[in-house]
Design a protein around this ligand. Structure first.
Ligand code: E4P
Length: 218
């Protein structure tokens, strides 16, 4: 499973990279607004640090303006993935950019029918938002299962399922069990995967017992 960082925080991105946990980055207008930084220079910096795809989202919602914005964004770096919303106009932009060889991440997906349309438009990634579905009492993970079944039925679709809106480590584990290609999560959630109380307890016992030996390896 590829791990994307759902953040624009440069220090967090560099940190994940050092631990081998950075296969890409996703951003959205809310994440950029929270950073308080200039959008284009920030994305450029993230692209320089990140070896994999970096999703930068268009701000407009109409076809013409989205297309113009996408052309600006894809010139930032070779590893840009243009993020477009799952609307009719968004998928029109997706089709054009994909035909031209640009990676497109279709965002705000909440149904398997929408995911089918994104695959037909040639999207490199479909981003189903599972946490937001959970928030309104729908099983977000069920959507991942459905999309994977549909995509598996049609090997000609190259679209990767990018599980988004992840809120906890179980979202990552369950998505991985189903074989989702990619997940994007806040770095804090990714790091929760390290934690287990028995690891902490076991390590404390090993450290204490080693001290009793009075030995040193170095
Ligand atoms: C990723 O591409 C999405 O923008 C992100 O995962 C949304 O997460 P949220 O529902 O926590 O805002």
């Amino acid at each position: 499973m590829k791990f994307f960082a759902d953040t624009s925080d440069i220090n967090e991105i560099k940190d994940l990279k050092e631990y081998g946990l950075l296969d890409g980055v996703t951003t959205n207008p809310s994440i950029i607004a929270k950073s308080g930084k200039e959008f284009i220079p920030l994305i450029k910096e993230i692209c320089e640090i990140t070896d994999g795809p970096v999703s930068a989202e268009v701000a407009a919602t109409d076809y013409k303006t989205m297309r113009k914005e996408a052309d600006v964004l894809r010139n930032i770096a070779d590893n840009i993935a243009i993020k477009v919303p799952l609307t009719q106009d968004g998928l029109k932009v997706c089709k054009e950019l994909s035909d031209e060889g640009t990676l497109v991440n279709v965002t705000l997906c909440f149904s398997s029918g929408q995911a089918l349309l994104a695959a037909k438009a040639g999207a490199a990634f479909i981003s189903p938002f599972i946490g937001r579905l959970d928030d309104i009492c729908f099983q977000g993970l069920d959507l991942i299962a459905d999309i994977l079944i549909i995509y598996d039925n049609y090997p000609e679709y190259d679209t990767e399922v990018l599980v988004a809106s992840i809120r906890n480590p179980m979202h990552i584990i369950e998505s991985a069990k189903m074989g989702a290609h990619v997940m994007t999560a806040p770095p804090k959630v990714i790091k929760q995967l390290y934690n287990h109380p028995l690891t902490d307890k076991g390590l404390a016992a090993f450290v204490a017992d080693w001290e009793k030996t009075g030995q040193s390896i170095l």
